[in-house]
Design a protein around this ligand. Structure first.
Ligand SMILES: Cc1ncc(C[n+]2csc(CCOP(=O)(O)OP(=O)(O)O)c2C)c(N)n1
Length: 376
């Protein structure tokens, strides 16, 4: 029967086929304190489910040889959806990193748009199929395209926050990165500058314990990424990245502080990626199956489902409906994206080279050039 179908790879517990983890009194109290209404809480859950199913589809397309390269958000859904919910898309600015698929969906990208990028189809709104997948970009949503060297988005985001401050606008900038990226110079320069100038930016680290195959203890000598915030003179928060409400609360507080002129915050969401780093690496070479299974048992989606059920916001039928609707959306987006045209080879160099009027010896609109003798 169609409605009994378990979505491919759905975590144990979704759809009620296995017992969900029990939600405790403390978690129920935290739900009450979240300040979120029932619709918003159910919305967070829906976004996490959509992200999981889209992610699984991306891997299927890769294994079918249709998508050359996939990076995954599986395991990061609570962190990304919780963080995204604290911002206003189209008003605030976003510098996501390549793993931010759940965030991208949560702030308004559609599965179809993401699949166009993954499959390098002509209509890809991020880059017209010129970027690697996961380099999100949308003028409408105020998402700025990233460069592939990790960490380069951090000083760029700080520059955007500086612009907001200089213009007297109250937009806050989100910038995310992994734990490994915090070993890059761009991270340290970006945090330092933002703290000195009290810029409205939230630095969001998705600490999934690895930089490809490099474990955390080889990336830094402090236990928590958030420990570093104090050295720059900004607040730091380290939260359970598999608890969507904990992440939401921490990021919302950071956003409110930034919007009120209180400057930047470093928020660290401690989580785990349950897939390899990318579709091109074999994680069996650097971590044990036991470790991966232990983290899968802490999957953020069934955990939030247990809480919503304990709070009486979702029942078995409602849960099944959410998974089925998300699966139908992803299926339809896949069909549509696979049917979309390939890019026109005649447009290969479009946006790569300057296409305006040729530069020539025309007089400068700023008057004659100052020679050395005339300049300072
Ligand atoms: C400057 C630079 N060095 C190396 C790479 C290759 N590289 C791509 S992703 C990555 C790991 C980054 O790890 P982390 O910041 O922890 O993020 P995660 O992928 O774990 O989410 C590396 C080393 C790169 N893209 N840019």
């Amino acid at each position: 029967m169609a409605d009994e179908r378990k979505p491919a790879g759905a975590p144990a517990g979704s759809g009620g086929r296995a017992p969900l983890p029990a939600a405790g009194r403390e978690e129920l109290e935290a739900l009450g304190r979240s300040g979120l209404g029932n619709d918003q809480l159910l919305g967070l859950h829906r976004q996490m489910v959509r992200a999981r199913l889209l992610d699984q589809r991306m891997w299927q397309l890769n294994r079918q040889g249709l998508a050359p390269f996939v990076i995954s958000a599986q395991g990061h859904e609570a962190a990304q959806v919780g963080a995204g919910a604290a911002f206003v898309p189209g008003h605030d600015f976003f510098y996501p990193y390549y793993r931010d698929y759940a965030l991208a969906l949560a702030i308004g990208f559609t599965p179809y748009e993401i699949l166009l990028g993954l499959l390098a189809r002509a209509g890809d709104p991020a880059s017209g199929a010129r970027q690697m997948p996961g380099h999100f970009n949308s003028r409408r949503l105020h998402v700025v395209s990233q460069s592939s060297p990790v960490g380069t988005q951090i000083p760029q985001a700080v520059g955007t926050a500086l612009a907001s401050k200089l213009r007297g606008e109250d937009a806050v900038t989100y910038v995310s990165f992994g734990d490994g990226t915090t070993a890059e110079g761009d991270f340290h320069e970006g945090l330092n500058f933002a703290a000195i100038h009290r810029l409205p930016v939230v630095f969001f680290c998705e600490n999934n314990q690895y930089a490809i195959s490099e474990p955390l203890e080889k990336e830094m000598a402090v236990p928590r990424v958030a420990d570093r915030a104090a050295a720059y003179g900004m607040p730091g928060a380290s939260v359970d990245g598999n608890d969507v409400l904990a992440v939401y609360r921490a990021v919302r507080e950071a956003v409110e502080r930034a919007r009120a002129g209180g400057g930047p915050t470093l928020v660290e969401a401690v989580t785990y990626r349950t897939t390899p780093h990318s579709s091109d690496d074999d994680d069996r070479t650097y971590r044990t199956r036991e470790e991966v299974e232990a983290w899968k048992a802490r999957d953020p989606i069934p955990r939030f489902e247990a809480l919503l059920r304990a709070a009486g916001l979702l029942d078995e039928a409602g849960l099944r409906r959410v998974w089925q609707e998300a699966q139908a959306e992803v299926d339809a987006a896949t069909d549509q994206a696979l049917a979309a045209p390939e890019p026109d080879p005649g447009e290969l160099t479009r946006h790569l080279f300057y296409e305006g009027k040729p530069f020539g010896p025309e007089p400068s609109p700023y008057g004659p050039r100052l020679g050395r003798a005339g300049g300072a």
